[in-house]
Ligand binder design. Structure first.
Ligand code: ADP
Ligand code: NA
Length: 335
């Protein structure tokens, strides 16, 4: 089993990024069967498909790498790197451009959504982005790729490209590419804003009180939870009682995501209690969870050498793993 997954480098990381994305990687790593391997990369090459600020991209890439390690990605067990350090991603993307069809890419709903009515004004990179995604996983003979709902179509495309390439350029008993299977990430929690319970917790929300940042100290976390918007009712003892109570449901969901309990289990303990009891319990749980993460996160961000060394090592390991597939691709194409 070989799992390959990428994440866009993004700064100002918050609880939503942790519970919705980063922690899934940690769970996958920690549950890898014997002999299995995870490759996790920062998708910095993807980031240039949209207008971007180079200094900000560089900063966000390092910040995301630090966050991943702080949250539990172990560079000794998983291969952690950024795409730009492994030229084989861009090379394979070009080689696969000969196989990918315009019609396939034109059908991608993300392309249609992102480009909107202004197709002519988009970068070519935005259009061929799914081919780079195909290269990202095919390069390592990934067997499994965790994908959210919005990425399923891109994984199908990667399989179509792999299949057509194998058909056109390889013999049936020696295919160049493995067709990767989609896996649903373990616990994809969707965390909502602390201010309204109905919009997603996000770094783009102008109110800092709407989110818990990975770098918030204990006092600030307690304050944000205390001030989180709720109704005045006690917590129900059954999940059905949370219907129409988005803010309460969100706080219960955060609690359960942190302890690994179901909504039933959380309500089994807190049903009938008011927020005067539940909020301090949630605040303390958050503080306990985030304390080691934010300590390690700050430490890594202030020790660039350590961070650079982790990424350099991951990059070297990835380049070595990528080599045979890249060589086989050139050779199959007569290059
Ligand atoms: P933001 O919305 O703060 O800009 P990004 O869009 O950069 O966050 O998301 C980075 C990763 O974190 C993505 O995988 C995304 O799905 C995940 N993510 C972001 N916000 C949340 C949230 N509120 N709940 C769950 N996952 C989230
Ligand atoms: Na966003």
């Amino acid at each position: 089993m070989r799992v390959v997954s990428g994440i866009q480098p993004t700064g100002n990381l918050h609880l939503g990024n942790y519970l919705g994305a980063i922690r899934n990687w940690v769970l996958m790593q920690d549950n890898m069967p014997e002999g299995g391997q995870c490759l996790f990369f920062l998708a910095d090459l993807h980031a240039i498909s949209m207008p971007h600020d180079p200094a900000e991209l560089h900063r966000a890439t390092l910040e995301m790498a630090a966050a991943l390690v702080a949250c539990g990605i172990d560079p000794a067990r998983s291969i952690l790197f950024n795409q730009a350090q492994v030229p084989a991603h861009a090379e394979l993307e070009w080689l696969l451009n000969g196989t990918a069809r315009m019609g396939w890419l034109n059908r991608m709903t993300q392309w249609k959504d992102k480009a909107g009515k202004n197709r002519e004004g988009q970068s070519v990179a935005l259009f061929v982005y799914p081919v780079l995604q195909a290269a990202d996983v095919l390069l390592y003979q990934a067997t499994h790729v965790p994908v959210g709902e919005d990425q399923k179509q891109h994984l199908e495309l990667a399989r179509d490209i792999a299949q057509k390439f194998n058909n056109d350029f390889a013999s049936a008993d020696a295919p160049v590419f493995t067709l990767p299977e989609a896996i649903v990430p373990p616990g994809a929690a969707r965390i909502m804003s602390l201010r309204d319970g109905s919009s997603k917790m996000s770094k783009s929300d102008p109110s800092d009180m709407s989110r818990i940042n990975l770098v918030d100290d204990a006092d600030l976390v307690m304050q944000k939870i205390r001030k989180a918007r709720t109704d005045a009712e006690p917590l129900p003892s059954e999940p059905a009682g949370l219907e129409g109570r988005a803010e309460a449901a969100n706080l219960v969901a955060i609690y359960g995501a942190l302890t690994g309990e179901s909504t039933e289990e959380v309500l089994g303990r807190f049903g009938g209690q008011g927020f005067g009891v539940f909020k301090p319990a949630l605040g303390e749980l958050l503080v306990e969870t985030l304390r080691p993460i934010s300590r390690r996160f700050r430490e890594l961000l202030s020790d660039r050498e350590q961070l650079d060394a982790i990424l350099a090592r991951g990059g070297a390991e990835a380049r070595e793993l990528a080599r045979p597939t890249l060589d086989a691709t050139y050779s199959a194409l007569g290059l």
